[in-house]
Design a binder for this molecule. Structure first.
Ligand code: CA
Length: 381
């Protein structure tokens, strides 16, 4: 079995109502998808993470010009060999960012291919499924205007609750005073409802402001405080961890086992959040999970991509061991982005959804367990 074709699809759709997170206004949703086909006609799908402000053409160019020549003619079952080949041959201009996202897309497609070849889900290839379903948490609370939206955002919290969510992540980082008003308003409407809260500032602040916000967050029993400072400021993470009660999370802007080893060595996070479409794919996430397990750091993947990245995340979550074992151990939870994404649900025949029990079932079909709808790809290409 040899890799014969690599096809790249850049998908985009402008949003009718642009929304903001702390780093900017998102005016379009986009995705960089790839399909890898073998000489015996099996096709595997992958996706490179396209952050809301990122041009999906960057990952497409890396795949086309730098990675495709490294995998054509090779056996897709050599996932580990090909991962190291791609990483080593791009090291001098890669290691982080979109080059790693491009490697992720190829790697996910290879794992999908191998699963389809053997007729088993990727989770089986990874050693088996610890769980058949996962609790979703709502990622939302983006801004439509900017500051002063606490009333609308607390209504949004009730909306997530009515939809069945019992865990939610609030986007902050819009100025300290506004953040505090928002979190207090949301805290009030959810009081007594047994909802687990998380907060994400997308590294909006320096250490002093991040700490002041953290002291307010400490009044609530939050599951985590995400990206409190810029990813480069590892000492800042360490300082916040030492001064706050709320567990510190981060890692969506970190890459590969080399990058995560900096976080684990310095004990910068309580919860590591590699994004499967960005950290280097399933192979890299497996390295990172082993590293974190050894260091007693929880892994909870980040996901904000389209249906393919979501499917890949589900497969990895199925195969993730709990970090701190007990009979009531804390299981990983699934990031369920509630922001506008015009083509996510139409991209596969069986999009991810929340069941009547409030949980998301993990597909058990071969590979990623999803079937791609080509008409949707055509429509948004
Ligand atoms: Ca985040």
């Amino acid at each position: 079995m040899k890799i014969k074709h690599v096809r790249i699809h850049v998908l985009k759709s402008p949003l009718r109502d642009p929304f903001a997170f702390s780093q900017g206004w998102v005016a379009a949703r986009s995705a960089t998808l790839i399909e890898v086909e073998t000489d015996n006609g099996i096709v595997g799908w992958g996706e490179a993470f396209a952050q809301g402000l990122e041009a999906p053409e960057i990952a497409a160019a890396v795949i086309e010009h730098s990675l495709k020549p490294l995998i054509i003619g090779e056996d897709p079952r050599d996932t580990e060999i090909l991962w190291h080949r791609m990483y080593n041959r791009t090291r001098d201009f890669g290691r982080k960012g979109t080059v790693l996202a491009a490697i992720s897309a190829v790697d996910i497609a290879l794992w999908d291919l191998v699963g389809k070849h053997y007729g088993v889900p990727i989770s089986q290839l990874l050693g088996g499924r610890f769980r058949e379903s996962v609790q979703p948490y709502a990622t939302g609370f983006y801004r439509l205007k900017g500051a002063g939206e606490e009333e609308r955002l607390s209504e949004e919290a009730l909306n997530h609750f009515d939809f069945g969510f019992r865990a939610m992540k609030v986007k902050l980082g819009f100025g300290l005073q506004d953040d505090v008003r928002v979190i207090r308003a949301i805290g009030r409407v959810l009081e007594g409802k047994n909802v687990e809260l998380m907060v994400d500032t997308n590294h909006a602040y320096g250490r002093a402001e991040a700490l002041r916000l953290g002291f307010v967050l400490d009044e609530y029993q939050m599951r985590w405080y995400e990206e409190p400072v810029i990813p480069e400021d590892i000492e800042g993470y360490v300082e916040l961890r030492s001064k706050l009660k709320t567990p510190i999370a981060g890692g969506e802007n970190e890459h590969s086992v080399y990058g995560f080893s900096k976080l684990t060595k310095s004990r910068a996070v309580d919860i590591a959040q590699p994004d499967i479409g960005s950290c280097g794919g399933i192979s890299a996430l497996r390295h990172i999970a082993a590293l974190c397990q050894a260091e007693g750091i929880e892994v909870n993947p980040h996901v904000w991509g389209s249906a393919i990245a979501q499917a890949a995340s589900l497969q990895v979550i199925a195969a993730l061991p709990v970090c701190h074992h007990s009979i009531f151990a804390r299981e990983p939870i699934l990031e369920y982005d509630r922001s506008s994404h015009p083509f996510r649900n139409d991209l596969v025949e069986n999009p991810m959804q929340i069941g009547p029990n409030g949980r998301v079932d993990i597909p058990s079909g071969p590979g990623l367990g999803v079937s791609v709808v080509r008409d949707t790809i055509k429509k948004f290409s």
